[in-house]
Each structure stands twice: as C-alpha cells, then as structure tokens.
Design a protein around this ligand. Structure first.
Ligand code: MLT
Ligand code: MN
Ligand code: ZN
Length: 302
C-alpha cells in the first residue's frame, strides 16, 4: 500500500495567513529551518496506481493535486486518480476541499459516519450544495468496527476506530461516537496495516492494541504541549479541549510502548508546534524516540 501525505499541517496550515507566532513569522521571513505545510489530507492506494482514496478533503486540495501529479492519470480530458473519498470527521480543514472537487463528472463515493453526514447536511451543508454540482454517493461508515472495502481498491480493507473527540465548533450536536474516527487500513496481499488518527483526544487500551497491530502509525501531532495556544496568548483553548493529545501530554509515552519495528509518524501539526523547526530541541527529542514528523509530499510504502 502506498500512502502519500498531501498535507501535514492542522487547520490553518503552516504558515497560517494571519499568524505571527515565532514559527509562522519565522518561516514566512525564511529565517527558520522549517518547511511550509498545507492542511491535513492523505491519499492511499493499493496495487492499482490509478485508484487512490482521498482521506479528508483539505481546503488546499487544488494545490495538493498540483504538487502530486501521480493523482492525475490523464486518461481522458476529464480524469482523476481519486476514486473514493473517506472522512475522519466533519471539521472545516477535512471537508472544505469537497467544494473544490465539484467539477467531477460523476457523484463522489463519499465514506463517512452518521455524525459527519449529519453535520455536512445541516450545520455545514456542503453535501446539499454539491447536489447541484457533481453530487456525492454517500457510503456509511459504521463505528461498530465492521471492515469495509472501497470501490476499485479491493486489495485494501478499512475499519473505523471510534475515537474520543468532539463535533466541530460549528456543529450544535451533542458529542457521540463517530464524531471523530481513526482508520485502520490493511493491505490484504501483505497483511500490513496503517493506523491513521489525525485527531485523537486520548489513547485507550483498545486504540493502543490496534496501533500495536499496525506496521505504521500516523497519528495526531497537533500540539507539543497541552497549553501551547494559551501560553502563546492566541487562544484560551487547551489541546485537550480541541480533541488533541499533545506530544508531551502523553503521545510520546504511548509511542514509546509500541513494538520497536513500528514506524511512528506525527501528522496534523499545528503551526505553533516547535517540532516544525527541523533543528529545534523538540525535534531532536522526537528523533531520539524514533518519531518522524510528516511533511507534504512524504510517501510511505507499507
Ligand atoms: C482541529 O483539528 O482542531 C482543527 O484543525 C481546527 C480547525 O480546523 O480550525
Ligand atoms: Mn484539524
Ligand atoms: Zn502560527
């Protein structure tokens, strides 16, 4: 299975347009050893090089497709290598790109939970709007743990992991299982697995077991500390309030407990996070724990 990181940053991207934190200001002025990153999205394929599944549709999708020409097989005047779209939640940074994909010539097979579908048809009715364009062919992701397969990639199987989290700030719903999911993706040919969880508020033994069963974990790297935004004075929200387990608040400790051969990669990194700076002490600490930091264009082959 091939995994392409289209965007490794959290909502806002890096640098964020209105942010002058040391990271955003520094990278904008080209004073920092740090790469800009677009907002959260990955693409996954099995054996067929022309059948990708887009996992989350970032507001930056057009730039991401431009930067990843392998997603454009060019077989017809109108074509795409994206066959399916899977959502892990209904957050703005994971769904706004659906608008940019409206020129599709047929309805998008769109896999999401009932919670996400509810948000995307009520509080943020993207899917209603898209009905007047390409439309979507909604496929239900069950949070009870049933495996599913997406069209065109029958050599991969997928399972949702209900994660602790919250509905997005725009949603008036009360929290329920399915608001945020992680994904286990298994290549049936090799039995190798990816565990993808760009937003996870805390890790329990169930999730940890699934992480242990995977050859690569691609997990929430949003914040270094729980009070990162509070300390910078840019928000009153702590990482935990936003559904993110910080690296120093427990993520590093959990990753340390994985089998030695598991590849550990952080993704969905907020622009304030010091690990974005390649020569920072925080980045060195991650390296000493064999933890990688995802970047746009990174390819993981499992
Ligand atoms: C989050 O996951 O908390 C988001 O990146 C927030 C956002 O999109 O504004
Ligand atoms: Mn996000
Ligand atoms: Zn910033």
């Amino acid at each position: 299975m091939h995994i392409r990181i289209l965007g490794a940053a959290a909502g806002g991207g890096f640098p964020q347009w209105n942010c002058n934190c040391p990271n955003c200001g520094g990278v904008r002025r080209e004073e920092l050893n740090a790469r800009p990153r677009t907002q959260s999205s990955i693409a996954i394929r099995g054996a067929d090089e022309t059948a990708w599944t887009l996992v989350n549709a970032s507001p930056d999708i057009l730039a991401q497709l431009h930067a990843n020409p392998q997603l454009q097989p060019g077989r017809a005047y109108r074509d795409t290598g994206i066959r399916n779209i899977v959502l892990t939640d209904s957050q703005i940074d994971h769904t706004t790109g659906l608008y940019m994909l409206r020129e599709a010539t047929k309805p998008w097979p769109l896999w999401c939970t009932d919670s996400a579908f509810d948000d995307l048809t009520t509080a943020n009715p993207i899917l209603q709007v898209l009905r007047r364009y390409c439309g979507v062919d909604r496929r239900r992701i069950d949070v009870a743990g049933e495996w599913f397969a997406v069209e065109g990639s029958e050599d991969l199987r997928w399972q949702a992991i209900a994660l602790p989290g919250k509905p997005p700030p725009y949603s008036a719903r009360t929290p329920q299982p399915g608001d945020v999911i992680g994904l286990l993706v298994e290549d049936l040919r090799t039995e190798r697995r990816l565990c993808y969880a760009p937003g996870v508020a805390h890790i329990d033994s169930g999730l940890f077991e699934l992480m242990c069963s995977s050859q690569c974990v691609l997990v929430d790297g949003t914040f270094w500390t729980d009070d990162e935004l509070v300390r910078l004075g840019v928000s009153h929200k702590r990482a935990a309030d936003m559904g993110h387990l910080s690296q120093t608040g427990g993520m590093i400790k959990w990753l340390d407990r994985l089998p030695a051969t598991t590849r550990r990669v952080l993704i969905h990194i907020n622009n304030t996070n010091p690990i974005l700076v390649e020569d920072s002490p925080e980045r060195a600490l991650l390296s000493s724990h064999s933890i990688e930091v995802a970047y746009d264009g990174m390819e993981i082959v499992l």
